[in-house]
Structures are given as structure tokens and as C-alpha cells.
Design a protein around this ligand. Structure first.
Ligand code: LLP
Length: 430
């Protein structure tokens, strides 16, 4: 009866996900606040407290809302922003600007002015021309901008080619051979304070070894710069990219898996070159929020093509999760209102967008009595889903809800049809 069905509903941090789907509608992004906080505190305990001078910036591009800024602030982390829009959210959330690092391979002058006006802690310079602009803007405002130079370390990380950034030929960072020139130039400019270097190798990297390779490259650069210009690197930001496990119940690697060997290597290299140990920063995005998020959908059309495939359509898709289509990302799901039943049917979960490539999950085992109206919970969707969502096919963006010990909090309202038209104008009289 009903009671049994209730008991087989999937719960998340004390909240019944089927009830949440009813209350807020679907698609719905649900985040465990406790899990996000847990990841932040692991970074604090296992990295910041253990390594003197170290710090962490949460990479907002993975998932940024006012509420998320509040959590990051409260947890004592910094914030990595990549646009005026992300900076605007941070400022509106009263995030302390000195804990913000501003990234981007093509910041506009207006964004640089905004960053300098707000007094962001660091600007990561991504190309040579940018230093003149930052210097000029800072000068006009009577300020001094603290910068890091983003270096392309020429390291190939094993991940999807769209999310690799540290290889030679990457659109990101300053090519190695140009670094001495850019350092010299930065040091000659009055309104800049060159603190050190940054690299970012890519995203969803599952191995610490590419970071070691990059450390070897950058510490050699640091040593040469000290020898050639007497420049001593105070800070080194090794970027983000720490991968999570996405499938079924496999646990992700602890942050120490990535940072411990890297810190050990940085220490060893600095002592080899007789360099003072710089302050080390990391910038995890996905590792903090990826596993905290679940997307809920309502099952609609179920199309069984005789002798072929069974398509289960849900009420979202590539509009709220473009990652399978873009990066061939794999996800896992459960039918939230039919937990614990034998899964004797293999289906392909597709979205409702008008694209054949709108496939969320291939070959998912589900209970054979799967019906329209059932609630599908897709796991590990916390990173780069909401932040990359679009209004394709004029689909309103889903709501975002945080759950915390049995309580749910709406942190972003679902878009309405009128929101979709908010900026539109007629061209003929109506
Ligand atoms: N720092 C910098 C400078 C970055 O460019 C990024 C990500 C991060 C930190 C954080 O990386 P994470 O720890 O989240 O891997 N949309 C793609 C991921 C693009 C990542 C871009 N940069 C995806 O959905 O897989």
C-alpha cells in the first residue's frame, strides 16, 4: 500500500525527494548543504590548516548563486570569478572582495575597472596586453592591483579535450617562453604588484601526476626568474580540476590525494632550487559541489521500439544538463519513488529538447514497471549543470533547492514563461 511506497522513496539529507518534486515541480536541482560544507571543511582541515600560508578559492563557474556565495564565505574559502556577472553576484552576496580572484582569458576593460573598483584580492593575468590595461585602470583609480600571471605549463592532463587547458597551444595562459618578458614588464609598471603565478591544467582530472609535472615546470621558471631578475615568487596558485567519481556508489578521492603529493613536490623543488616556499592556493569547483547536487525529473513519454531500444523521456535534458552532449559525460540515476525494486529493464534516458543528441543516460537499469509520472533522480549534477543551463526550446530554467537535515530551502526560483520574455521587444505596434 501507500506506506510501502513511501518507505521506498529516495531521501536526501532527511528530505523525501518525491515530496520535493511535488512541492517545487520538476526539473529541480537539489543540493545537500551539509555535503557542500563538508567539502569546504575537508579543504580547511586537510589543506589550509596543514600547509602554512595556503588558501583555497571555490571556482564559482561550477555553480554560483547568492546562497552558494554565503556558504563559501562562511566556510572561510575565497572565490574564483571569471566574469563581471560572477563578480556582481559575489558583491551582491557581500562576499569580501579581498578574498576574490578574478580570472578570464578575455576580460573587458569594463570588467577590469569593476574588479579594481571593488578591490578584488587578485587578478590572474591571462595575456600580455592585459597588464597595461590593469596598470592603467589601477593608476586612474589611485590603486595598486595585485596580480598573478597565468602560465601555460605545457602539461597534458588526461581528460576530455574540451576541458584541457594546460597543454601547449591552449587558448589559456601565457606561453612559457614569454614569461620572462611579461614578468619584467609587470615589475616595471607602477600600479601592479606581481605576487606570483597561476596554472590550471583542466577539469575532471583524476590523477595527481599532471600537477606534479606542472610543478616541475613552474618551479624551474621561478628559479630562473630569481636568478635572472631577482624576482622571488610569493604565491603559486595550482588551479582546480580535481575530479570526482560520477558513477553509482564509488567515492571520490579525498582532497589530500591531490594536494599532499603536490605540496611535497613543491617543497622538494623549492629546496632544490633554494627558493623560499611560496603560499599555495587551489581552486576547486567540481570537487566541492559536483556530488552535492541531484537533478529530479518527471518521467513522461516511454517509447519502446520493438526489437530495439526503450526511450524514457524526462521533462528536462540538455537544457539543464548539457554535459553528456558536450563531453560525453556519464551519469547515474534512480527512480526516486521506486527504490529497492529489482531493476530488470534497460532504458535510454533522453531529454525533451528537439535534438537527437539530447541523451542524458544510456543503458540505465530501471524497474520494469516504470511509468509516466515517476520521478527520476540523476546524481552528481551539482557542478556545471545549473551554471551551464540554457533556455533552449524556450524552456524555463529549473528551481534550485538546498536541503539540510530534513529542511528544504528555495535558493533560486523556477523561471516563468514571462521571465523568458522579460527582455524582448515588439517591432510593430500591438
Ligand atoms: N580555476 C580555473 C582557472 C578554471 O578555469 C577552472 C575551470 C577551475 C579553477 C575549476 O575547475 P574544476 O575544479 O571545477 O574542475 N564545463 C566543464 C568544466 C569547465 C571548467 C572550466 N574551468 C564541465 O562541465 O566539465
Amino acid at each position: 500500500g501507500d506506506e510501502v511506497t513511501m518507505k521506498t522513496n529516495l531521501c536526501y539529507d532527511g528530505c523525501d525527494l518525491v515530496e520535493l518534486a511535488l512541492k517545487y515541480g520538476t526539473p529541480l536541482y537539489v543540493f545537500s548543504k551539509k555535503m557542500i560544507e563538508g567539502r569546504c571543511s575537508e579543504i580547511r582541515e586537510q589543506f589550509i590548516k596543514r600547509y602554512e600560508g595556503s588558501s583555497a578559492y571555490y571556482a564559482g563557474k561550477a555553480f554560483l548563486t547568492l546562497a552558494m556565495c554565503q556558504i563559501v564565505e562562511k566556510e572561510g574559502l575565497g572565490l574564483d570569478v571569471v566574469s563581471g556577472g560572477e563578480l556582481h553576484i559575489a558583491i551582491k552576496a557581500h562576499f569580501p572582495p579581498e578574498r576574490i580572484i578574478f580570472h578570464g582569458n578575455n576580460k573587458t576593460r569594463q570588467e577590469i575597472e569593476m574588479a579594481v573598483d571593488q578591490g578584488v584580492g587578485r587578478i590572474a593575468v591571462d595575456w600580455e596586453g592585459e597588464i597595461d590595461v590593469i596598470d592603467k585602470v589601477a593608476g586612474l583609480k589611485g590603486k595598486r592591483a595585485s596580480i598573478l600571471l597565468r602560465v601555460t605549463p605545457e602539461v597534458e592532463a588526461l581528460t576530455h579535450k574540451y576541458i584541457r587547458t594546460g597543454h601547449r597551444g591552449s587558448k589559456f595562459g601565457i606561453p612559457l617562453e614569454r614569461i620572462p618578458y611579461v614578468v619584467k614588464k609587470s615589475l616595471s609598471l607602477q600600479n601592479l604588484n606581481l605576487m606570483g603565478f597561476h596554472f590550471h591544467l583542466g577539469s575532471q582530472i583524476e590523477d595527481y601526476r599532471p600537477y606534479i609535472e606542472a610543478v616541475d615546470v613552474i618551479t624551474k621558471v621561478m628559479s630562473d626568474l630569481r636568478d635572472d631578475f631577482g624576482f622571488v615568487t610569493k604565491e603559486l596558485d595550482i588551479g582546480g580540476g580535481f575530479g570526482i567519481e560520477g558513477f553509482e556508489k564509488t567515492m571520490s578521492k579525498p582532497i589530500s590525494y591531490f594536494v599532499d603529493p603536490v605540496m611535497e613536490r613543491i617543497k622538494a623543488r623549492c629546496s632544490k632550487f633554494e627558493l623560499p616556499m611560496p603560499s599555495i592556493a587551489i581552486e576547486p569547483g567540481r570537487w566541492i559541489v559536483g556530488e552535492a547536487g541531484i537533478t529530479l525529473y518527471t518521467v513522461g513519454a516511454i517509447k519502446e521500439i520493438p526489437g530495439s531500444i526503450t526511450y524514457v523521456s524526462v521533462d528536462g535534458g540538455m537544457s539543464d544538463n548539457p554535459r553528456p552532449a558536450l563531453y560525453d559525460a556519464k551519469y547515474y540515476a534512480e527512480v526516486a519513488n521506486k527504490m529497492g525494486r529489482p531493476k530488470d529493464k534497460i532504458v535510454t534516458v533522453v531529454g525533451r529538447c528537439c535534438e537527437s543528441g539530447d541523451i542524458l543516460i544510456e543503458d540505465l537499469a530501471v524497474p520494469s514497471d516504470l511509468k509516466p509520472g515517476d520521478i527520476l533522480a540523476v546524481f552528481n549534477t551539482g557542478a556545471y549543470n545549473y551554471s551551464m543551463a540554457s533556455n533552449y526550446n524556450m524552456l524555463p530554467k529549473p528551481a534550485v533547492v538546498f536541503v539540510d537535515k530534513g529542511k528544504d530551502m528555495l535558493v533560486v526560483e523556477r523561471e516563468t514563461y514571462d521571465d523568458l520574455l522579460a527582455k524582448q521587444k515588439f517591432i510593430f505596434n500591438v
